[in-house]
Design a protein around this ligand. Sequence first.
Ligand code: F6P
Length: 537
Amino acid sequence: MTIWDDLSRHAKATADRPILQLFDEHPDRARDFSAEACGFLFDYSKTAIDAPARALLLALAEAAGVAARREAMFSGALINETEGRAVLHTALRNLDRPVQVNGQDVTPALRATHARMARFATDVRQGRFAGQGGAITDVVNIGIGGSDLGPAMAVQALAPYHDGPRCHFVSNVDGAHVHDTLKGLNPETTLVIVASKTFTTVETMTNADAVRRWMGGRVANPAAQFAALSSATDRTAAYGIDPARVFGFDDWVGGRYSVWGPIGLSLMIAIGPAAFDRFLAGAAVMDAHFCDAPPAQNLPVLLALVGIWHNQICGHATRAVLPYDQRLARLPAYLQQLEMESNGKRVAMDGSDLAHHSGPVVWGEPGTNGQHAFYQLIHQGTRVVPCEFLIAATGHEPDLAHQHSLLIANCLAQSEALMRGRSLDEARALMAARSLTGADLERQARHRVFPGSRPSTTLLYPRLTPEVLGGILALYEHRVFVEGVILGLNSFDQWGVELGKELALTLAPVLAGTSAGAGKDASTLHLAARIRALAQG
Ligand code: F6P
């Protein structure tokens, strides 16, 4: 009998027990099933996890060797085994702690790059680096995946700290994206940042070419207004970008973990190097907590265990991330890459089939908007969707404090409603109060029943500052790490995105009519033929 079996048996045996009953049985549950650290309060009391389940989950983490694996990651061991790489994004936010990779301390180079970034960002912000038409007014970051989602999300999240040029993000190969972004921008005062670790990503390079053409119409030497965030210095040089404006990072920083280094340059320009360092510091505090706190109080470990309980043990295939914080509107998209590219794997580290389901489908929208869209299904649908609420105690708008109170009230009301539900008797009483009787009352009442016992967690923080944002992202990164270790997979490769990229390359000539598409399936060829016909009018 394994711990997994024990957990499954326990989940089945307690499946019909209302979550509310746990509070009756354990008056101190709210406190006991919460953890506080680094300025965050994580409340998982509104889940079905009870003391025996928690003990088993903690035993699972211990048996999986989370502590040893964590130590291996932080010390620079090659834990990304399928690519033979270390995993050291944590080094980007803790520049004073020496870390050896293949026998060499990597931190002096990290410090030097960080200092160069800070100098360049300051030059841009203070007009010492200018465009042909004067001081930079706009920055366009061209990148995709990890070279876009992190900075795009963080720039929006930290809007109250913006005192630099406006930042824009172009990712999609759909020409509409670059077209709409450039509309209204002045090429003579725009800085273009090409963010691509490999400097070969088709979407990014195609968009970079488009922006270079747009700029070339008005600017004598567009390359002088380009910077690159890339390790491929030969390719950035071939593109004509001055090495002084190229900021590289090593292969042990995965794309989805890269916002802490050069990929964060647009954020640094927007909020300034000092605020950017506060963002790094918040993440470093979470790193230290992850390394030092005992598992039962360790926020990333607890988030991961709640995730494993809901997905692999209870079988809930998705989880909704619901920030009651409009500025975190892009957090769900960011977490989709972080979680699904990391733990969406069907093979274990040793090449065998994964023994359990891979990580969950992650989705979400900010509250309260989501309440008027998909919460209906979360409350009354036939499937259970575990929800993760995030909420700040205070906002950044003192004159709109009453709106923040309303926001908080809505957030708490949703988690309460999900847990409490509404029984048939309560629904009948409601209908009776509206003077309904007989079959009419019965039918109307049934539509107003909420099953309740729908699990949720709440992450509470004081305010969305740079430190808090850094802490939230590091918390989720480590959560994904712990879930990956427990599942026994490699969270740091992404072979699953390769096949589609390769096939897209072989389809381009089919769409252009220069290849018949030998070996392609009939459906794909049929669609391609129709598209060509429609495009020719
Ligand atoms: O989507 C796959 C991926 O490799 C991501 O991991 C990465 O963030 C993205 O593509 C962009 O890659 P690059 O920075 O090399 O352009």
